[in-house]
Every structure is written in C-alpha cells, then in structure tokens.
Design a protein around this ligand. Structure first.
Ligand SMILES: [Fe+2]
Length: 401
C-alpha cells in the first residue's frame, strides 16, 4: 500500500512559547493580521499578551472575537470577504477547535474566492490558504496541526469537513499557559476528542508505521495524564495533554478518522450534539468493532491504555480496552451514553443512514438521499473494518441511555 505523510507545520512548544508569536508572524511574512478568537478567550491575560507581542513586532491587527461552539460558514464567508477587502495577509487563531476551524476556513476562502461550503470535501480548492498561526487553548481538537477544517452549514444542518495539503497551518504554538481558562468539566470534552483522534488513526485501514507510532504515543500520553490534568492544576500533566492532542492529530491527519467521527457527524448536524460527546460516547464501541479484524494491533493498544496484558486472551484485551475508556470517563465526568434529548431512539435509524456519505464527502453529502440506504449499505469510512447501516444502527442503539 502506498501512503503519504504530511507534517509541514512548525511546532513551537513549552511554557513561555506564546511570547514568540510576534517573531513567528514576522518570520512568516505577516504584516496585517486577523486575530480570530471567542468571547471567553479574547479577555484572557494570555490573549492580551499575544496581541502585545504582535504589536511590538510591528504587526497591524484586525480582530474577530465572535466564534461560538461550531465554526459557522456564515462567519467564515463574511470574514474572508473582510480579509480580501482590507488586504490582510495572515490569520492567527487563539482558541479551541471551533476558533481554529473558523480561522482556517477564513484563510482558505480569502485566497480561493468562493464560499466555504464549496471548499468542503477533499482538496476542493487550488490556491494556498493565507499564512496561519494557531494557538490552541484546549487539549484539544489538534486543529493546530491539521489540514482539515470542520464547519457547520447552518442552512442545510450539515457538518462538513474540508481541506487538503494547501490548508496546513504554518505554525502552532503550544503553551500550557493557555489551558487555564476552562473549568474541569469543559476541559474534559476536547481531551476526549483528542483521545478519539489517536485511537481512530490507529484503527484506520490506511494507517502506516509512521502514523501508528505517533498515534500510540499520543494515546499513551493522553490516557496516562488525563485524570491528573482534569482533576488538578498539575502543569506538567496539562502540557502532556497539549502535546498528546497535537500528536494525535498528526496521526489522524494522515491516517484519517473512523467510525466515531463518521457516525457522530449527522448527530452534530441534525441534532446539534457537541462533537466531543458524539465521538467520545462511541469510542469504546468503535474500539471493539475494529480490533476484531486487527489481531496484531490489540496488544499495543491495550498497553498504551495502561492495561496489564499478561495472561489475557486477545478477546479479553479488547474488552479491557473498552473498559479502560469507560473507567477514564467515570473519573473525569464524561458520559458513556447519549441522553434521550441528545439522541432520541426513534431517530437512530435515520442517523445511521445519514452517516453513509462519511466524514470526507464535503458538500456532496447534501445530494445523498438517506431513503436510498438499506441494511447492507456501507458507511464511507477509512476504518479497518467495513460497517453497514444495520451495524451502525446497532452501535448507536448500544449508546442509548
Ligand atoms: Fe474530533
């Protein structure tokens, strides 16, 4: 099998690294910059310090601080037009996944002169996005090192993924000072998403030795430090989470994502379920489903999840992997099932059929008619094991509260 591995993003990491942002912006040729953030992050002291560093480097600043839970196509299109109109030559994102996906979308549409939804799918634009610097404030979506942006088309109730090698961020700054702005329960959400990225990259049919090494390292580091970082102010554990979420996305950016993300997508688009709940609740089931066809991958994943594997059969190791995820969730206050409001039982079949186009279809997914999917229709997904609509339905039903 031929595989390709991309990682062009410069990563500057460690306590104090945010102070380099002015130098980095100049080094990337930026002089007129749009800083993208949200109403919570934009009033934090570290955000102000970043703006000061940029000002001292002689960078002229524009701001957009109105990002919400999702990266909205309407925000992206409006700000992309503003960037073109005002001659802005760089985008800096300071925030979580939706902030970084918003900024990445702005950088894409600014140079490609078409609406965000027409840039979704794989490689659906042909001009390099504007230079980007990402400063993640959660550990995290991993969007800081990802070519992909996940956006919401509010009119069509679609969550859409878009990107390609032309939309990698140019630099990412991983400074643990940014992680202190979230309460524990909120911080657990992106951390679970990051854990899912590492596991799903490992379970992919297009995984390679390169992505497996990084994915397993990410899972081991994230799993090993998450209880401590979520339940305390331990700076070393938080920094470990930040690096692990970045590693997980380097892996899944290349090996791609699996059934958790594919099945979560319609729940996010049609039921407004926050992304980490969708992928996180599905994760133990996704592990069991895929490891069944990956016998050589069972032990390494079990060991990365801290399981004492001596004396365990392969089947027992697979169950122990799922149990270790559930045990972690119990300790960090994350659910193992959807509530009736998050996923009504009567909509499970519909959601399973809406998952058929998969995560990477982009706007082409709007042309798919769920009524054409039968029990044996396959979900488009790069995971190692093929999944039919009836299997997807059964998995979602096991997640009902
Ligand atoms: Fe995710």
């Amino acid at each position: 099998m031929i595989t390709t591995f991309f990682m062009p993003t410069r990563i500057v990491a460690g306590a104090g690294s945010l102070a380099t942002i002015g130098y980095l912006a100049r080094d990337l040729g930026m002089s007129r910059v749009l800083v993208v953030s949200d109403p919570v992050i934009s009033v934090q002291a570290f955000h102000g310090a970043a703006l000061t560093s940029l000002g001292e480097a002689g960078i002229d600043l524009w701001r957009f601080d109105e990002c919400g839970i999702d990266a909205r196509c309407s925000h992206i299109d409006d700000q992309g037009e503003r960037v073109r109109r005002d001659g802005i030559d760089g985008v800096i994102c300071i925030g979580g996944g939706s902030v970084m996906c918003t900024g990445k979308g702005i950088a894409i549409v600014a140079t490609n002169h078409k609406p965000m939804r027409d840039c979704t799918g794989v490689g659906q634009f042909d001009r390099r996005a504007l230079p980007m610097i990402m400063v993640p404030t959660t550990a995290g979506s991993g969007s800081e090192v990802s070519q992909w942006t996940i956006v919401k088309d509010e009119e069509r109730h679609l969550k859409l993924l878009g990107g390609g090698p032309l939309s990698f961020p140019d630099a990412a700054i991983l400074d643990p000072v940014t992680l202190g702005s979230l309460p524990m329960r909120v911080a657990a959400l992106p951390a679970v998403d990051a854990l899912t990225h590492g596991v799903e990259a490992y379970l992919s049919a297009i995984a390679s030795p390169l992505t497996d090494a990084i994915a397993l390292g990410a899972v081991q580091q994230q799993y090993g430090s998450l209880r401590v970082s979520i339940n305390s102010d331990d700076a070393a554990a938080r920094e470990a989470n930040l690096i692990a979420s970045c590693m997980a996305n380097i892996a899944c950016g290349n090996a791609r994502l699996g059934h958790g993300h594919a099945l979560s997508l319609p729940l996010e688009g049609h039921l407004d379920l926050p992304h980490p709940y969708g992928v996180g609740v599905l994760l133990p089931h996704v592990i069991v489903f895929n490891l069944a066809v990956l016998p050589n991958k069972v032990r390494p994943l079990a060991e990365a999840l801290g399981i004492e594997v001596a004396g365990l059969t392969r089947a027992a190791m697979i169950e122990a992997c799922a149990d270790s995820i559930r045990s972690l969730y119990a300790d960090i206050g994350f659910p193992t099932r959807f509530t009736a409001e998050q996923l009504p039982a009567q909509r499970v079949r519909e959601m399973a059929t809406r998952a058929v186009p998969g995560l990477y279809a982009g706007i082409a997914a709007q042309d798919f008619d769920p009524a054409t999917a039968g029990d044996h229709t396959l979900i488009a997904c790069p995971s190692a094991r093929k999944m039919t609509v009836s299997q997807a339905q059964a998995m979602l039903e096991r997640c009902l509260g």
